[in-house]
Design a protein around this ligand. Structure first.
Ligand code: ARG
Length: 257
């Protein structure tokens, strides 16, 4: 009996060593799991809820990630982290892919590869209802809030305006509600959600000043095996209307909350 226990312990230790060497259960390229990274502070694309489609995470992106995995006979897991850390974690191999309402920009393309785009968005300005801001140029002498690392920050930077950057959209919106800043520049669908959640705010659009942006999933440069899996699933979901349905569903749900 004692011998048997010892044998078991040794076997277990050996299995664990093999696992460490081959990185089973951790790191990238695990057989049947796609480990996605996100920043679940971006409704309706990703947010934390009591029961989401992937663990506690719900939203358009989460439903898309789940279906990408399932249509390839795999399982999706989600790691939630700061938006700024996502591409670093991807390059480190801590995650296999990033799905985070992430705009495929040329700058990001220098370090990662992007999937087929699955959603088109644009930056908008959230202001208080009594604001006199009607165009992006009106921000020149205003206090501008952005979210750190988002394309909205890059837009405002490129316009040459000074601004304050926050870690979360909700923090920037609180500043706006409290009168500590005059305008928040952020992606359209998320802006809708914040305006629905808070009294006294409205959205100002300026399509001439903000170009349209395309959300796509990022993988490590050269990971064509995973990219092909992701793209075939996205193509299917775009063609059969799944992504459109998800966008409508989550936009309504999140606004009605
Ligand atoms: N589309 C913007 C960007 O790519 C904002 C994305 C923010 N996403 C998030 N999950 N927090 O920078």
């Amino acid at each position: 009996m004692k011998k048997a226990t010892k044998f078991l312990t040794m076997t277990l230790a050996m299995v664990m060593t093999v696992c460490t060497l081959t990185a089973c259960g951790g790191g990238a390229a695990k057989g049947n799991t796609i480990t996605f990274g996100t920043n679940a502070e971006f409704p309706p694309f990703e947010y934390v809820t009591s029961s989401g489609v992937i663990g506690e995470y719900d939203g358009i992106d989460m439903a898309i990630a789940k279906q990408i995995a399932e249509s390839n006979g795999m399982t999706a897991t989600m790691e939630n982290m700061e938006f700024d850390s996502l591409l670093v974690a991807l390059q480190n191999g801590q995650i296999d892919a990033v799905i985070a309402g992430m705009t495929a920009t040329d700058e990001r393309r220098e370090t990662v590869d992007f999937s087929t785009p699955y959603y088109t968005a644009t930056q908008v300005m959230i202001v208080r209802e009594d604001s006199d801001i009607t165009a992006a140029t009106d921000m020149a002498d205003k206090k501008i809030c952005v979210i750190q690392g988002y394309t909205g920050e890059i837009c405002v930077q490129d316009m040459g305006y000074s601004y304050e950057a926050f870690k979360k959209g909700t923090e920037a919106v609180m500043e706006l509600v409290n009168g500590k800043c005059d305008v928040v520049v952020i992606d359209s669908a998320t802006a809708q959600k914040y305006v629905g959640d808070n009294e006294g705010l409205k959205i100002v659009e300026d399509p001439g000043a903000f170009e349209s942006e395309e959300y796509a999933i990022a993988v490590q440069k050269g990971n064509t095996e995973l990219l092909d899996k992701i793209n075939s699933a996205i193509d299917k979901m775009l063609a059969d209307g799944t992504i459109n349905e998800l966008a409508v569903k989550y936009t309504e749900e999140v606004t009605a909350e």
